[in-house]
Design a protein around this ligand. Structure first.
Ligand code: GAR
Length: 189
């Protein structure tokens, strides 16, 4: 008998390439998750085209008042019986209280070899520092920025004279492989 998939919400702020990839993955038989809800803090996020395309419920929260928005999200997650959150380019730090009240796993993907290069403009800083390697990390979320326990990491070699845009594309390709792999790892029996 097929196992019940975990009802999942994906949070985005921008392009949504990871969201698109996670939707595709979630539709595969082997996926332990089902994406039921998409949350955005940005009504102009390009990635909102994907819940529309795949007929998935979505909602935009303004975050003008962060704690009000968080409480509204929590209420909606509860109504929809969401048991996992995947952050995918969500550019807000969730509060300690949100994480505690949600009570289930929250995962995030970050485009660096954490704990190095937390925060924004990762690829630019990596190139400026003349690093030889970078990569991406899937980790559990806690209330500190890009800091929870690491689930999986993928290392990528940086070529001489590579610019940060090229590096960004190269790492994003790896993100699209790593995130489903990390989800499989989290839910493997
Ligand atoms: C991804 O590269 C993700 O790793 C990064 O934002 C991008 C979103 O792209 N996340 C962070 O920097 C989180 N601190 P996408 O919207 O196309 O998935």
């Amino acid at each position: 008998m097929a196992l019940k998939k975990v009802d999942t919400a994906v949070f985005i702020s921008g392009n949504g390439t990871n969201l698109k990839n996670l939707i595709r993955f979630s539709l595969s038989k082997k996926s332990p998750i089902k994406i039921k809800f998409v949350v955005s803090n940005n009504k102009n996020a390009k990635g909102l085209r994907y819940p529309k395309k795949f007929n998935i419920n979505f909602k935009v929260y303004s975050f003008i008042n962060e704690s009000k928005s968080e409480n509204r999200i929590l209420k909606d997650l509860k109504n929809k019986k969401i048991k996992l959150i995947c952050l995918a380019g969500f550019m807000k730090v969730l509060s300690k209280s949100f994480i505690k009240k949600f009570g289930y796993k929250i995962l995030n993907i970050h485009p660096s070899l954490l704990p190095k290069y937390k925060g924004l403009n990762t690829h630019k800083r990596v190139i400026e520092n003349k690093e030889k390697f970078s990569g991406c990390t899937v980790h559990y979320v806690n209330s500190k920025l890009d800091s929870g326990k690491i689930i999986l990491q993928k290392k990528v070699k940086i070529r001489k004279k590579e610019n940060y845009k090229v590096l960004e594309r190269k790492i994003q390709k790896q993100e699209h492989i790593l995130y489903p792999k990390a989800i499989m790892k989290v839910f493997s029996p």
